[in-house]
Write a protein that binds this ligand. Sequence first.
Ligand SMILES: Cc1cc2nc3c(=O)[nH]c(=O)nc-3n(C[C@H](O)[C@H](O)[C@H](O)COP(=O)(O)O)c2cc1C
Length: 189
Amino acid sequence: MKILAISGSVRRRSTNTALLMSLQAIAPSDVAIDVYASIGELPIFSPDFDGLEHPDSVKQFIAHIAKSDGVLISSPEYIRGIPGGLKNAIDWLVSGEQIIGKPIALVHASPRGDDMLAALRTVLSTISTCFNNDLLLRVPVMNEEPERVAEILRSEANRTKAEAFLSDFSAYCKQCAENLDGSSIDNRR
Ligand SMILES: Cc1cc2nc3c(=O)[nH]c(=O)nc-3n(C[C@H](O)[C@H](O)[C@H](O)COP(=O)(O)O)c2cc1C
């Protein structure tokens, strides 16, 4: 199972990136988490790119999405909304088919930021038929340093919660893949 974990923060000592990397460290051996913290390398999306060859950074980002069985996103809230860089990354995905049936769930590193979560839920349920609104791993580590974020995630209660979340998300990814296979078989009849 390959999971792409996208951080919505490009801050050098980001708690969201650290939380995703800590999840990567505790994931079971059959779940490979690839942390993508490079949204800052993507140019600003424009529909003028339609039909043109995409810049390399965009091609790589889309290839990461395409080869993943599921996507996790962890993002800060900026001015009660989705950070521009993350929204820009998502905008790049709308004209391709890679994201359409992709299982997606949210991770959250702050005790606040519910306006951003609500906006992200609206966006993600629009771009993918397999966005899971019920799965959320919230570990409030705002203002902590990355090393401390890893320690907090390894504490017994958080680790148990995180392992259950990864197990639920993996099962959900498998279920979505089976449903997609099933519907494509039905469509062929
Ligand atoms: C420009 C800016 C705007 C922010 N706006 C909000 C906000 O509206 N609500 C909120 O809860 N936190 C806000 N924050 C705080 C960040 O969401 C918070 O520090 C987050 O944990 C940072 O994530 P990171 O460590 O991954 O960079 C803002 C921070 C910045 C830099």
